[in-house]
Design a protein around this ligand. Structure first.
Ligand code: FAD
Ligand code: FO1
Length: 474
């Protein structure tokens, strides 16, 4: 079964006078957001293009010197997953090329070096990624396709505009699920290539990069020891908890479906219970496909409605927000009613004011907030229920909503394994700026933005048990 053409859009069509149609080089899949071999529509489409006689497939990943404040903790998680990708591709005789630097330069140089026939990329709604692809589309001379391999419904098809909230987005999603929540082709139908393209094979044999800026080949050509220590990222201890990679992601999914899905609706909001799936780091780095998780959850025979609402509607709504609102990470992205109301309360007295270093050190008067900050720093994953509380308190304790949003994004992106994600920008704009929410009873500082209190949290779960578990002295 070919990839549904509606998942694909041409960023640059091949021109008749271009040399690409005569190229002897490979189709390149430039992997970025969807770092997996299984269940990857972008890889499958690149494979389809490479099926024409004489063509080949190569996968390239471009390692950016720094990415939205990511530290070694996140780079290690990502790079260990990429090593697995490289090994799995190697087993299928598909070369994996690791570039380092700015993809605008590195990908265009690679196209020239390999005399590539076409370029395929995956989709991200984030600004840098969109700008980078639009720049590349202008400077390269071969066909360039984008495949949304992250969302179940391609972001640009799910809705043509920014949605107000889940209630307006949900019916659009449900209408299209019938078409897009389909099974992936069996992995055995994935093309395997009889021989390495000559140019890449030559490099593999000598194990010497043609250009100092890149290394290639299956894992054989890459010094993973050196790469895993990615020297350009800031030092940060490894997160306790999630093991990286595609296989670990499948184990996590299987465990969740078997042991936790049935209780998800009632237990997901209790931070003392591991009632959530724990899949967000894998989903963020594309080490597992959300579509695979949705298919397996739907097949489990268990009522998966509440889980699928989060996994599909809420997750894809975040991509919708970032794609259609270029202010996704500043206060101009907040809905007008919330921005106006927050402005009206900008002069309200703040009982507590904390600096960013104080927040980062979990040194506030609020032991629940401090514990949540600790959970995030120690494990790279704060419980979902507390993320709302955490962000709303930052609004309460900083001088302006803009400062609160900036602090929340900084901490989220620095310490969460799943940070630097549309879900993070939307979650923070939801908590601090009323995004995808309605107006609530007006109160100090928050205006009409929904408020959360310590006493409210106490009514929901055993706050003391959570504090005892994560407080710094333990
Ligand atoms: P589960 O409850 O098992 O859900 C499964 C999947 O559904 C998640 O992995 C996620 O992809 C999606 N999902 C669940 N809740 C939401 C939601 N509210 N919005 C959008 N998608 C959702 N999520 C991130 O992936 N990265 C972030 O950086 C991030 N930052 C957040 C910051 C704040 C202030 C808030 C309020 C939420 C944030 N979220 C973020 C959303 C949500 O809290 C996490 O996705 C969830 O807690 C991850 O745990 P899980 O995979 O075990 O979730
Ligand atoms: N994607 C890349 O293509 N190259 C990187 O070097 C890279 C680093 C990175 C670090 C942390 C992180 O959370 C994600 C990272 N990603 C990287 C993936 C990134 O999420 C996607 O490429 C985005 O979709 C781009 O907008």
């Amino acid at each position: 079964m070919p990839v549904n053409p509606r998942r694909i859009r041409a960023l640059r069509k091949e021109s008749h006078d271009s040399h690409a149609s005569q190229s002897s080089g490979p189709v390149i899949y430039w992997m970025s957001r969807d770092q997996r071999v299984r269940d990857n529509w972008a890889l499958l489409y690149a494979g389809e293009l490479a099926k024409t006689p004489g063509s080949h497939l190569a996968v390239a990943f471009c390692l950016a010197p720094s990415f939205l404040g990511a530290t070694k903790m996140q780079y290690r998680f990502m790079l260990q997953g990429l090593k697995e990708v490289s090994d799995d591709l190697s087993a299928r005789i598909i070369p994996f090329i690791l570039l380092r630097g700015d993809p605008r330069e590195e990908i265009s140089r690679l196209i020239e070096e390999l005399d590539a026939g076409a370029l395929v990329c995956d989709f991200s709604p984030l600004r840098d990624s969109l700008e980078c692809k639009s720049h590349l589309a202008q400077i390269i001379e071969i066909a360039f396709y984008e495949v949304d391999a992250h969302n179940i419904i391609p972001c640009w098809l799910a809705s043509p505009k920014q949605e107000w909230a889940a209630y307006s987005f949900r019916p659009k999603v449900h209408r299209l699920l019938f078409e897009f929540l389909d099974e992936f082709p069996a992995s055995s139908s994935f093309p395997s290539f009889p021989a390495l393209p000559e140019k890449v094979a030559a490099k593999n044999a000598t194990n010497e990069p043609v250009k100092s800026s890149f290394q290639e080949g299956g894992s054989a050509g890459i010094d993973w020891q050196e790469v895993l220590e990615w020297p350009e990222a800031e030092e940060m201890p490894a997160a306790k908890g999630s093991e990286p990679g595609e296989r670990a992601a499948f184990r996590q999914m299987d465990y969740f479906l078997k042991h936790r899905l049935a209780g998800y609706e009632n237990e997901r909001n209790n931070p003392n219970i591991s009632g959530q799936s724990g899949l967000s780091p894998y989903l963020h780095f594309g080490q597992i496909s959300a579509q695979r998780v949705a298919l397996e959850a739907a097949r489990s025979g268990i009522d998966a409605g509440a889980f699928l609402e989060e996994l599909i509607v809420r997750r894809e709504l975040s991509d919708n927000y970032c794609y259609y609102n270029q202010h996704y990470d500043d206060v101009q992205g907040f809905p007008a009613w919330a921005l106006r109301s927050l402005d009206e309360h900008s002069g309200d007295r703040r009982e507590y004011l904390y600096s960013l270093p104080e927040l980062e050190k979990a040194a506030t008067h609020d032991d629940l907030w401090n514990a949540a900050q600790q959970e995030m720093q120690q494990t790279g994953k704060m419980h979902g229920y507390l993320r709302m509380y955490w962000a709303k308190k930052i609004l309460e304790w900083t001088a302006t909503p803009a400062a609160a949003q900036a602090a929340a994004i900084y901490l989220n992106d620095r310490y969460e394994l799943d940070g630097r994600d549309p879900n993070g920008y939307a979650g923070i704009a939801w908590s601090i700026g009323g995004l995808h929410d309605r107006a609530w009873k007006e109160r100090a500082i928050f205006g009409k933005v929904r408020y959360m209190s310590y006493s409210g949290a106490k009514r929901k779960f055993d706050v003391q048990a959570y504090i005892d578990r994560w407080s710094p002295s333990r």
